[in-house]
Design a binder for this molecule. Structure first.
Ligand SMILES: Nc1ncnc2c1ncn2[C@@H]1O[C@H](COP(=O)(O)OP(=O)(O)O)[C@@H](O)[C@H]1O
Ligand SMILES: [Mg+2]
Length: 417
């Protein structure tokens, strides 16, 4: 098969790494890719939101399967566009991608189908939103409805902060059209976790669990980031919690998809807040998580291409997913300053000194004059799989010091339970 992966992050490197092991894959392309992906796939320069360009490329190159990594092309309808010209695609169409494209839509779906979630209101003008603040206790969560690259959620400790947030989002258009509507939400306490599921139109089959670390610095200090590390499995997933999620969340999502005639084929990422073996849904995403994918896919023993084809055909079963008992850890190396301003273009040394069982998934990297140089905030994830988390973590931290670039940063406490 001729396979195309769309995206340029660590998630897409992990997907490319995994599928390049499949005997089904003859040619692998990536749009636009990064320096790590370039070692295993032919990278082609298109922007991920260039729906027509990517569709034409896939058609002209007789691509048998396109795998869409990031949310932006999914929400813009890349899957629809590819299907219109008769091509196979892994990733939901525009209608199903609304679960990530609109938080208001997702919340309404959750309430309609009895999926536990925080109390909320949806507002499309600032005056109504400001008036409604009276009904909420602090802290108050204010969310831009549309895509905001992970920056559209504000946790407000005071009413005045919530008022400012509403003005910034709805009147000053801080997130553009994504802020035409907002969701105001009750603040939930507990421990966050995410659950990635394959959805084949009817069946929703969870993958192995993972725990990610969102804060920039050790001890969960500093700003929120895209994710600074991860490990799998996540010990928070007790059998009782799994049962709760099956009976109150997954089964109700299934009913909702059917009743709303949503033909969801791809990955549904369920963001959860967990307390006492019960869970509420914070949000849905419609794609693999990053960095969760970097620890989940190494543990998948089955052929990912076979799984994806079954998702597309609508006949995936739990027995199709075989998981390694081993545990996986990934530590993200970032550019100094991230998630605020940082410099790009730093030469990265030491990548060829890693032990054999270390996997490096590149994110913000690019090849320049024969060197791998930094090209983003999160630069790469150093990953290892072992019989327990401690061993995997020790191996990673033994290796990570051999990777060197100016102002590199990483957390030293990933997977310390
Ligand atoms: N109702 C809530 N209560 C407490 N924390 C929340 C709530 N909603 C969101 N958060 C926090 O904000 C983060 C981002 O919110 P989320 O809905 O996942 O949007 P996005 O990932 O699109 O930015 C969550 O990971 C969580 O830490
Ligand atoms: Mg989220």
């Amino acid at each position: 098969m001729r396979v195309l992966v769309v995206g340029n992050g660590g998630r897409e490197h992990a997907i490319c790494w995994k599928i390049s092991q499949s005997p089904l894959v003859e040619e692998l392309y990536c749009i636009p890719g990064n320096a790590g992906i370039q070692e295993i796939a032919e990278c082609v320069e298109f922007s991920v939101d260039d729906i027509q360009g990517i569709t034409d490329f896939a058609k002209d190159n007789s691509i048998d399967l396109t795998i869409i990594g990031p949310e932006v092309p999914l929400v813009l309808g890349l899957a629809d566009s590819l299907k219109e010209v008769g091509l196979k695609v892994f990733g939901p169409d525009k209608k199903a991608a609304k679960f990530e494209g609109s938080k208001a839509y997702s919340k309404d779906f959750m309430v309609k189908y009895n999926i536990p979630t925080a109390q909320y209101g949806v507002f499309s003008n600032a005056d109504d939103a400001l008036r409604a603040l009276k009904q909420f206790d602090i802290p108050i969560v204010v969310k831009a409805d549309g895509l905001a690259a992970g920056k559209g959620v504000l946790i407000c400790e005071r009413k005045s902060e919530a008022e400012e947030a509403i003005v910034e989002i709805m009147q000053k258009h801080q997130f553009g059209e994504a802020g035409n509507r907002i969701v105001i939400e009750e603040f939930l306490t507990g421990t966050e976790a995410s659950l990635l599921c394959f959805v084949d139109g009817t069946n929703i089959i969870p993958m192995e669990s993972a725990r990610d670390y969102k804060k920039a610095y050790d001890g969960d200090k500093g700003l929120n980031t895209g994710g600074m590390g991860c490990f799998s499995p996540n010990p928070i997933y007790t059998d009782r919690l799994k049962n709760y999620i099956d009976n109150h969340i997954i089964s109700n999502i299934k009913v909702g998809l059917q009743k709303e005639s949503i033909d969801f084929r791809g990955v549904l990422f369920i963001g959860l807040m967990i307390e006492d073996d019960e869970a509420k849904v914070l949000e849905f995403n419609v794609r693999f998580g990053d960095p969760e994918t970097q620890v989940i896919l190494p543990r998948l023993e089955s052929d990912l291409i076979e799984i994806m084809m079954k998702v597309i055909e609508g006949n995936l079963h739990e027995s199709d997913l075989v998981w390694s008992e081993k545990q996986a850890v990934a530590v993200v190396i970032a550019s100094g300053g991230y998630p605020n301003d940082y410099k790009k273009g730093k030469v990265i040394n030491g990548l060829n000194t890693m032990d054999d069982d270390i996997m490096i998934f590149h994110a913000g990297t690019i090849l320049k004059d024969g060197n791998v140089v930094t090209n983003g905030g999160r630069v790469m994830a150093v990953t290892c799989m072992e019989e327990n988390v401690e061993k995997a973590r020790d191996k990673i931290y033994n290796n990570i010091g051999r990777i060197i670039f100016d102002k590199m940063e990483y957390r030293t406490d990933i997977a310390k339970l």
